[in-house]
Design a protein around this ligand. Sequence first.
Ligand code: ZN
Length: 455
Amino acid sequence: MRRFFASILLVVFGALGAVLWVQWDRRPLVDSPAVPDVIGTATPLRVTVRSPGPGLASVHLVARREDRSWTLFQQSFMRTNWRGSGAEEFVIELTPDWSALAIPDGELNLELWVATYGWHLRGHDRVPLWEHRVSLDTTPPFLELTTTQHNVRLGGVELAIWRTSADTVRTGVEVGGYYFPGVRGYFADPQLVFGLFAIPQDLDPLVQPRLVAVDAAGNRKEQNVPVRIRPRRFAERVLTIDDDFLARKVPEIEASNQLPPQGSLLERYLRINRDLRYENEAALREVTRESDPKPLWLTPFHRQSNSAPLSSFADRRTYVYRGQEVDRQVHLGFDLASIAASPVEAAQAGRVVFAGELGIYGNTVILDHGAGLFTLYGHLRSIDVAVGQRVERKEKLGYTGETGLAAGDHLHFSVMLHGVHVDPVEWWDGAWIRQHLLAKLESFPRTSAATNNDQ
Ligand SMILES: [Zn+2]
């Protein structure tokens, strides 16, 4: 008899234990890696709640400031079986309409309240499951363009000066899909920013540049930059490729760029002229991402001594092989020829940011002249400088050669604004520099630190 009762008790306690086990309220888990500390009009909030077991009963996301609170999101979950809702995971994803909620800017406490179908034995549904202190900032940054004259030739550069508030974290000029960041700290007025921007050669001359400012909360302010863009026609050139050139160049470039020799010589050449060219442009954008804030381009650039131009900027090249058109590319630089193995001279003072092999450009040196402006020297026979080194205007960087995709000894010279090739002719022209750059920069007082750095 006692044995019988003992087994009944065992069954009862066992069943009770089993029910307790499945209905016991395991504390839900919250995952909110994407909620930042500063929130603006366009900041999305994303919070994931996981509640293993009987499931969620309700979730409630609240913004609280002192004794006031605002519901940002609320949802209840129906019971679907004897245990609960079965909702074990829920993602709250929203961008609150702060102006409709009429919450003034300032500190806020975000709170997530969660109820589950589990048996609450620890009372953890009487406090928020998750809290996050944020600063709400829905005020866009201040932005005011101060320069009025912007005249650019397609493929050229112009300078703008503007004011923006101290909380701006990103400011610059957007042109089509391109972005040219501004430079702060040059003028005595800490709100003043200057920026070079290009009208890239591949854009429609009717493009409208936009000045933008974004603050830490992601609030964005923008305005048009009034600009007169002079269209131009770029030269059309036909380049005839012969078997001699292919047999000489293709294996050499493949070897120095670890490309497998697959297909016919022409196919291998086209892979270099297209794919390798595009890869090299991507590498250039990477190398030219960071630039010294101090502009070193306020005096005319030096053009390679005793050199004659072989091509102008942004030639449209058609490649012909055995009488057939096989490719089209834009030549984004200036080819300068002189006697073979001539010294290559720095066009302007700067710092070496790249020195080595760069695909179609062969042995290449890239200099940073500050505020986003760079020069590139390609097809070199040898390089005499190293990354990090400072060079003076006209200092020797190496010797001309025909490494990379070059048919003969010459210098490929390119001027780039944050990796975007621009017409070098402007930078060789002292009058253009004075009128477009110096005249604008000199109309505002500079910081004492910047003045002291002047030679
Ligand atoms: Zn070239």
